[in-house]
Design a binder for this molecule. Structure first.
Ligand SMILES: Nc1ncnc2c1ncn2[C@@H]1O[C@H](COP(=O)(O)OP(=O)(O)OP(=O)(O)O)[C@@H](O)[C@H]1O
Ligand SMILES: [Mg+2]
Length: 343
């Protein structure tokens, strides 16, 4: 299903503009992630698509070209998965998965066949007759997903479905969920404030800020070509290099860096993986802290820029805290972006 939003905005009673007019089109089978900090309007946008929230006048929500803006949630044929899975605790796994089908008034045999199919797809056969209260967090998450897709929704809406899980399980389920969603072949919108999650799961990511889509694109596009400091910081954690630009040089407390031509009047950012320890490098810095991360070391560096910089260093050894080092950053690795209105 193609999902289109045209001028979708939401002003809550009291005047909070949760969402400014937003246009968005999602292709059939596409998985789009809404990524952004708390309060930027992700859930509001998802609830408007679901029909749980009415947008401001003038907004249009289209499912395959058909206007559904005024259609109530139960007539939109959507599947939803929330942060708290909201499973029915007094029902078995099978009964949870079959719930929506039963509500549709399907015949027993049809319900059983579809429940079998979805149970297998979500690898829940071993737990099918268990009570949902006797499942782990990750298993519950799969039941919530199975229940949402069983009635063959036209679009699947997921609001931070992994956030109730601990970090280790979250990472594992992230990749599992990415594979499952692809295997469903269904148009899906996945809300998260976790950059890694958005990048692992989505075909395209819409980065939201203060009720607006700041930038939308593939994970690679957002990472390589952010159009604002906000997106550069949020995707890939770019750090600002606050300095003075003269000609093609950026002057920092630790030394001067050469910029690509045309970077004047812009704000310059760098990512941790692009800062290199280099005895010949133009920037002087002091190592403040060293963290061993297995595949590399993370260094906290002072003195090079007004702010503390983080660098990733992939050697077999690292300098010690207190050591003086020199750094280089390739001109191509510096992101020159329009100056931000506020940080
Ligand atoms: N029912 C409501 N009445 C008034 N204001 C609301 C209501 N629901 C949300 N808001 C406000 O709208 C803004 C956007 O909220 P929303 O829940 O969409 O954010 P979010 O991006 O999902 O955040 P989070 O990551 O914390 O879930 C917030 O400022 C919030 O306080
Ligand atoms: Mg939310």
């Amino acid at each position: 299903m193609t999902l289109s939003l045209s001028r979708v905005a939401k002003t809550f009673a009291g005047g909070t503009k949760a969402l400014l007019p937003t246009d968005l089109t999602i292709a059939p089978g596409e998985i789009l992630s809404l990524l952004g900090p708390s309060g930027c309007g992700k859930t509001t946008l998802l609830r408007i698509i679901a029909g749980l929230e009415q947008p401001d006048p003038g907004a249009r929500v289209l499912f395959d070209g058909e206007e559904v803006t005024a259609l109530p949630v139960e007539r939109r044929r959507i599947g939803m998965v929330f942060q708290s899975y909201a499973l029915f605790p007094n029902m078995s796994v099978r009964a949870n998965i079959g719930y929506g089908l039963k509500m549709q008034g399907l015949a027993r045999a049809d319900i059983d066949a579809r429940v079998d199919e979805v149970t297998a797809l979500c690898q829940l056969q071993p737990y099918a007759s268990r009570a949902v209260t006797a499942l782990s967090g990750g298993q519950r998450q799969r039941v919530a997903l199975a229940r949402a897709i069983a009635p063959r929704p036209r679009v699947l809406l997921l609001d931070e479905p992994l956030s109730a899980l601990d970090a280790a399980l979250r990472g594992q389920l992230r990749d599992e969920l990415a594979l499952l969603l692809r295997s469903f072949g269904i148009t899906a919108i996945f809300v998260t404030h976790d950059q890694d999650e958005a990048m692992a799961i989505a075909d395209r990511v819409a980065v939201m800020r203060a009720g607006q889509v700041a930038q939308i694109g593939t994970p690679e596009t957002l990472y390589r070509n952010p159009t604002s400091g906000f997106v550069a910081r949020f995707v890939g954690g770019a750090m600002p290099l606050r300095g003075r630009v003269t000609g093609d040089h950026l002057h920092l407390p630790g030394g001067a860096l050469r910029l690509r031509p045309g970077a004047a009047g812009q704000q310059v950012f760098v990512r941790a993986e692009d800062i290199r320890l280099d005895p010949e490098g133009p920037l002087a810095a002091r190592v403040e802290a060293v963290t061993f991360l297995g595949t590399h070391y993370r260094l906290a560096l002072s003195g090079a820029a007004p702010d503390l910089l983080t660098a990733l260093h992939a050697g077999h050894s690292a300098p010690r805290p207190g050591e003086a080092v020199r750094l280089s950053i390739a001109p191509d690795a510096l992101l020159s972006l329009p100056a931000e209105d506020h940080a």
